[in-house]
Design a binder for this molecule. Structure first.
Ligand code: MGD
Ligand code: MGD
Ligand code: SF4
Ligand code: MO
Length: 758
């Protein structure tokens, strides 16, 4: 019997990235058992059912083990790494030099826990000279980011929703009992629900697991949240339930905002949203009189009609009532690792895309326009596409439009651990080491960073992304053969204990030497990275991040117990990160410093956003504008519900699912009866884009006229008879143009369909 070993890491199935302990059989590479890591500073031992079977991610029949090249007949042939890297590098150089770097695009960059590799892609983008990053974040959160840019001064301000500390909690379009989104969600919601002194309000068209725990459940009509939130805001303003001293002290633009809020026809808007006026008044009074209030929102209002306006209205609710920047309220926070940037609006000279003239937000471009930017005869249409850690064909809007567009590319490269729907469309597929076979990091949570140590060596035939990117960039002749000076400096500091020596050497060249300036991540990996324990080299750039963070927020870091000043504080922070395999708190917030995080000159929040107030004024006053499409396609399909066993497309083997393996469609009993559908029947769903077959589940969780299906199903897994797919792929039904006019985030929660029994 072989002995097992224990390893700390993080769950990679949602953005919470709970700490886990993996019991490994080193001989078979199987994860025998997964438990929660009690030493993880945030999750403290908590995990959900999904994490216990991560072995299905690590070990399965579709793991890639050799670089693949597409042949003329459409099949793939294994090729060597050297050949793959050189051919890809040559083709990227050729596209760049013939058509311009902006005709190359990068898509993905990190799933739910692999983000260290993505930072090396910055180096590849620099070598390609492309500014275009298409990201899954830009099909959910960019409306929020744009609003943050206006309100707080920067699109990359990080914002926290501390549900656990608030007396009054408003959850809009999120279902933490299933999707989490907050630490230890089930415990936190359970406690909130049981506490007679605290209030939980849930706004959702579906009576979710979270709604069942609520003190007050507002069953909004799908896509009508803008009217509902506007009615709440109108009531707060018109009854003068706002916090004037807070508004005076911390905000600008209230007077202009007020003129719009005073005009809101509350009763009419309430009727449109489907919520009784009395409940709207109850919520408004509850928020106004609560000592602390926190608002949590997610896809239910982001992937839904009026997405960007929703982001604004949600934030106004807590801002005009003064629930912001204090313990137990939403607040801004620092980012150890800034994932985003700030994009100027097109009117200010900000970059747009070539074909559709779409803006970037937070330096990201929206997946919805990608097929349009490729499949075009515009001279600057996209010709080269590199996809890493994403499965757009399944995950992004309109699967068929994407496949059609990808077939016109000159070069498509996919870097993934598995043979995915997207990889099948590529010219080259590069096999990556899994998240447990390399040093990785997770850092989506406030004041927190987890450097995950490798559990296993890379699977034979695979490489890590830092290695893949370094090799391609070198083959493009964009970096020197070796960063010898920096390498020596790092070795010298280590062997002769010359404190600060590397820092000085790095600073000398970081801003002057072009190859270091553009490819700093590779320079750091190959210098300070090589002084780290074997397998940890790719963490080299984190040294720089720690230095920059220490430079910006020394007091916050010291509050977390890390000592030193300037460069030494950075060194100590880096050391603490390396020494804590369960992750560490890199900083501690202090509310007295909160307002410095608002980046407008006077550190005040801007409440007046003219474009969005115009949008608010223009919300239709009646429901008479029912479109032909709503008659032809009478159901509102919620295309992408989070359930007990789905996790985007991270796990391909359907045996992972202990429940709802088929990914059923929830149908209200009256709709089922009207269509002669029984529980478990096969049903055909048809939208203006496409159709799918799906198994029915009759449930009064959804109201009549509303259907709900999970996302992440409909994957082809090779181990099955005839390669049959299990479940339906939601994005066969969605379209690229059914999206927010500003952020281009898709309306996946409002897909119009008709239904028939098969
Ligand atoms: N209709 C509909 N569509 C949706 C949604 C919806 O609700 N409805 N939800 C959307 C949302 S919110 C999101 S975030 C997206 C997610 O969609 P994607 O961004 O496509 O993310 P995943 O499905 O998580 O795919 C991650 C990919 O990374 C690969 N991978 C895993 N680990 C590694 C690694 O270490 N290295 C590399 N190179 N690859 C790795 C996996 O095999 C997988 O192919 O889906 C979206 N799509
Ligand atoms: N189990 C599981 N958990 C996950 C994931 C997963 O794949 N599986 N994915 C992770 C990712 S990438 C993300 S982004 C998060 C998303 O997390 P959530 O946004 O919480 O999850 P969803 O189930 O997509 O949608 C939230 C709720 O929006 C509701 N909704 C639909 N239409 C409307 C509407 O018009 N108005 C309102 N107010 N609500 C509406 C749905 O009924 C649903 O209850 O989940 C993360 N967690
Ligand atoms: S809550 Fe998310 S990160 Fe935590 S165990 Fe569940 S899926 Fe994994
Ligand atoms: Mo997401």
């Amino acid at each position: 019997m072989s002995t097992t070993t224990l390893h700390k890491s993080a769950c990679n199935l949602c953005s919470l990235n709970c700490g886990i302990e993996i019991e490994l059989n080193p001989e078979t590479r199987e994860f025998v058992k997964i438990t929660g890591d009690k030493e993880h500073p945030l999750s403290q031992g908590y995990i959900c059912q999904k994490a216990t079977r991560i072995n299905y991610y690590q070990n399965h029949k579709q793991r890639l083990t050799a670089p693949l090249k597409k042949q003329n007949d459409g099949s793939f042939k294994e090729i060597s790494w050297d050949v793959a890297i050189q051919e890809i590098a040559d083709q990227l150089v050729s596209i760049r030099d013939t058509h311009g770097g902006e005709t190359i695009a990068y898509a993905g960059g990190g799933g739910q826990g692999n983000h260290l590799g993505g930072i090396y892609a910055a180096s590849l983008r620099a070598a390609c000279k492309t500014p275009y990053i298409y990201s899954s974040l830009a099909q959910e959160k960019t409306g929020n980011f744009w609003v943050h840019g206006k309100m707080f001064g920067r699109q990359n301000t990080m914002y926290a929703e501390p549900v656990e500390d608030a007396e009054y909690v408003l959850i809009i379009g999120a279902n933490p009992m299933q999707s989490h989104g907050i630490q230890k969600a089930r415990r936190v919601i359970g406690e909130l629900s049981r506490d007679p002194n605290r209030t939980l309000v849930v706004i959702d068209p579906r009576e979710t697991e979270t709604a069942k725990k609520a003190d007050l459940f507002l069953q909004v009509k799908p896509g009508k949240d803008a009217w509902l939130m506007a009615a709440i805001l109108g009531f707060l303003a018109q009854k003068d339930l706002v916090n004037h001293s807070f508004i005076q002290e911390h905000t600008n633009g209230y007077a202009e905002l007020l003129t719009h809020l005073m005009k809101i026809p509350i009763a009419e808007y309430a009727a449109i949203s489907g919520i009784p006026l009395s409940q709207i008044e109850q919520v408004a009074h509850g928020i106004a009189s609560a000592k602390t209030m926190s608002l949590r929102s997610d896809l239910g209002i982001e992937m839904s009609y009026n997405s960007t306006l929703n982001a604004y209205l949600a934030r106004l609710i807590f801002l005009i009532t003064g629930h912001f920047g204090k313990h137990g309220t939403n607040h801004l926070t620092t980012w150890f690792f800034p994932l985003l940037g700030h994009s100027k609006d097109p009117e200010e000279g900000g970059l747009t895309t070539a074909v559709t003239k779409t803006r970037g937000i937070g330096k990201l471009f929206p997946p919805n326009i990608l097929p349009l930017e490729i499949d075009s005869d515009h001279p600057k249409h996209i010709r080269g596409l590199i996809v890493d850690s994403a499965n757009p064909v399944s995950s992004w809007a309109d699967t068929q439009a994407q496949i059609k567009a990808y077939k016109t590319l000159d070069l498509m490269v996919v870097i993934d651990v598995a043979m995915t729907e997207t990889a099948k469309e590529a010219h080259y597929v590069l096999p990556a080491a899994s998240q447990y076979e390399k040093v990785e990091s997770t850092f989506f949570q406030e004041n927190f960073f987890h450097l995950r140590q490798p559990v296993l060596e890379p699977l034979e035939g695979t490489l890590t992304e830092p290695e893949i990117y370094s090799r391609i960039v070198r083959a493009m002749n964009a970096v020197p053969a070796s960063f010898s000076e920096l390498k020596e400096a790092a070795q010298l500091e280590k062997t002769e204990n010359k404190k600060g020596h590397f820092q000085q050497s790095f600073m000398k060249v970081a801003f002057t030497e072009p190859s270091v300036k553009r490819h700093g991540v590779i320079a750091l990996k190959e210098s300070i990275g090589e002084t780290l324990p074997k397998g940890m080299e790719a963490a080299g750039p984190i040294w720089m991040t720690a230095q920059m963070y220490a430079n910006k927020y020394p007091e916050a870091i010291k509050r977390a117990g890390i000592e030193g000043n300037s460069a030494e504080l950075g060194e100590n922070l880096f050391k603490a990160i390396l020494d804590n395999p369960s992750g560490i708190k890199v900083s501690e917030r202090a509310y007295e410093n909160h307002w410095a995080l608002v980046k407008h000159k006077d550190n005040k929040v801007q409440l007046f956003i003219p474009e969005l107030l115009q949008w608010l004024d223009d919300l239709p006053l009646t429901l008479e504008h029912i479109k032909q499409s709503e008659i032809d396609f009478p159901f509102n399909l919620i295309a992408g519900e989070r359930r007990t066993y789905n996790a985007n497309t991270i796990i391909r083997n359907p045996e992972w699912r202990k429940k709802d393996a088929a990914g059923k469609l929830k149908i209200n009993p009256s709709d089922a009866a009207a269509h002669g559908i029984n529980d478990g029947d096969a049903v055909q769903l048809e939208s203006s884009t496409g159709s799918v077959k799906i198994i029915s589940m009759i449930s009064d969780e959804v109201p009549s006229g509303v259907l709900s299906m999970p996302h992440g199903h409909g994957l082809k897994y090779y181990d099955q008879d005839n390669h049959e797919t299990v479940g339906a792929m939601a994005n066969l039904l969605t379209s690229t143009d059914h999206c927010d006019p500003l952020a281009k985030t898709p309306y996946h929660k409002n897909v119009r369909v008709r239904m028939s029994k098969v």
